[in-house]
Design a protein around this ligand. Structure first.
Ligand code: NAI
Length: 401
């Protein structure tokens, strides 16, 4: 029986996918467990499903001796010891695309609100002032939206913005196919000088750290707006603060910060707090009911496709093999140490045990190789034991088809 253990209130859409695929042994835990409670909870699990708060350390993974695969029902995967999972032959999956639309909608909404100076006007009315001035308020129609990072989210933002009548330009380090009438601009400086609203959709990490530093912000058009719903490290917050104070920028929307509070009661420490035409949100760009439902479905489908077909496409730590229908009676999933002659050893072992190979696919990643072999007829337990016992083998399973 394949036991699935889910933590942290994963959306019910995941359970629907598992049960529809015939996996009904599902244990759920409402919260994130830790310590001995977590170690006890993972014992006997074939599949673990977590969100961002459950720490799957090497110790926890090792305690799950039956483990076949892990699903992170979120975007980030740094709560899992991915290298250890790889060494155990366990692929880890996540949901990188499920909240793309949620972020894109928020960004377009923010651009429109900031162009109209709504954050400031909203506050004034709350304070009892009825200031009807059109000063500094503009339509989005005909304005230029500049997108830095034209990937999944950036390109969606562009499509939505065009529907609102905006002109879209983008800057990316890779050549990208423009959607709609979007135009690529190779020079960042030239790009920054053209956009009325600049929105950031690049990955985090060293290569984009302080991409929007004082110099880049200075290169932006006077009176323009900066939106960051990517990663907190991409914008130099003090340089942004200075540009808002001086009036060089007319507004900003920031969803992600270099250092973010750990809990609801911890206040955000940022010079941007209290700035008039600035929207501050608590890293909720991708947080909607729809995205949670999509995440539940997307990750559960990847886990089911692995369990049923051995497919690892989209795994964050494992050699990737796409889903393909079985061609024989039995599919053997073999994870081995990536050493010279490993494939020869495996095929010889299969031949010695009278297995007739119909098709075979190999992919390697670092120290690990992954082979999916379809063979004629059933495979006995003793043959499986022989495959498992070979020193090159990390793990070996069969799927009867
Ligand atoms: P993606 O990988 O599809 O796109 C990133 C794009 O940025 C790629 O086209 C890449 O070539 C480009 N890029 C990388 N370095 C660049 C540079 N220095 N200059 C210009 N372009 C560069 O990523 P996706 O899914 O669109 O996500 C974008 C960002 O949004 C990520 O940082 C992600 O963590 C963040 N995100 C934030 C959420 C939130 O709640 N605020 C939710 C989901 C994602």
């Amino acid at each position: 029986m394949t036991r699935i253990v889910l933590f942290e209130n994963i959306h019910p859409s995941a359970r629907e996918v598992f049960t529809a695929a015939g996996f009904t042994d599902i244990v759920t835990h409402a919260g994130a467990l830790a310590g001995t409670e977590l170690l006890d909870a993972v014992r006997g699990a074939s599949v673990l499903g977590i969100r961002s708060r459950t720490q799957l350390t090497s110790q926890v993974l090792s305690a799950a001796s039956e483990l076949k695969t892990v699903g992170c029902f979120c975007i980030g995967t740094n709560q899992v010891d991915l290298d250890h999972a790889l060494e155990m032959g366990v692929p880890v999956f996540n949901a990188p695309f499920s909240n793309t639309r949620s972020v894109a909608e928020l960004v377009l909404g923010e651009a429109i609100l900031l162009l109209r100076r709504i954050p400031e006007k909203n506050m004034r009315v709350h304070e009892g002032f009825w200031d009807k001035s059109a000063q500094g308020a503009y339509e989005a129609r005909g304005k230029t939206l500049g997108i830095i990072g034209y990937g999944n989210i950036g390109s969606q933002v562009g499509t939505l913005a065009e529907a609102a009548g905006m002109r879209v330009i983008f800057h990316d380090i890779e050549a990208k196919l423009p959607l709609g009438n979007a135009k690529a601009t190779a020079s960042l400086k030239k790009f920054l000088g053209q956009a009325d609203v600049v929105t950031l959709h690049v990955p985090g990490g060293e290569s984009t750290e302080n991409l929007m530093n004082a110099e880049a912000i200075q290169a932006m058009k006077p009176g323009s707006i900066l939106i960051n719903a990517s990663r907190g490290t991409v914008v130099d917050i003090s340089a942004l603060h200075a540009a808002l104070e001086s009036g060089h920028l007319s507004g900003a929307a920031i969803d992600v910060f270099p250092t973010e509070p750990k809990s609801v009661n911890e206040p955000l420490d940022s010079p941007l707090r209290g700035q008039p035409n600035v929207l501050l949100t608590p890293h909720i760009g991708g947080s909607t009911q729809e995205s949670q439902e999509n995440i539940g479905r997307e990750v559960a489908e990847k886990l089911v496709t692995f369990l049923k077909l051995g497919a690892t496409k989209g795994s964050v730590n494992f050699p990737e093999l796409s889903a393909r229908d079985p061609e024989g009676a039995t599919r053997i999933l073999h994870v081995h140490r990536n050493v010279p002659g490993a494939m020869g050893t495996l095929t010889s072992l299969m031949a010695e045990n009278n297995l007739n190979i119909i098709s075979q696919r190999l992919q390697t990643r670092g120290a690990i190789g992954y082979v999916v072999t379809d063979v004629e007829g059933p495979v006995s337990d003793s043959v499986m034991e022989a495959l498992k016992a070979n020193p090159i083998t990390v793990r070996c399973e069969q799927i009867a088809v």
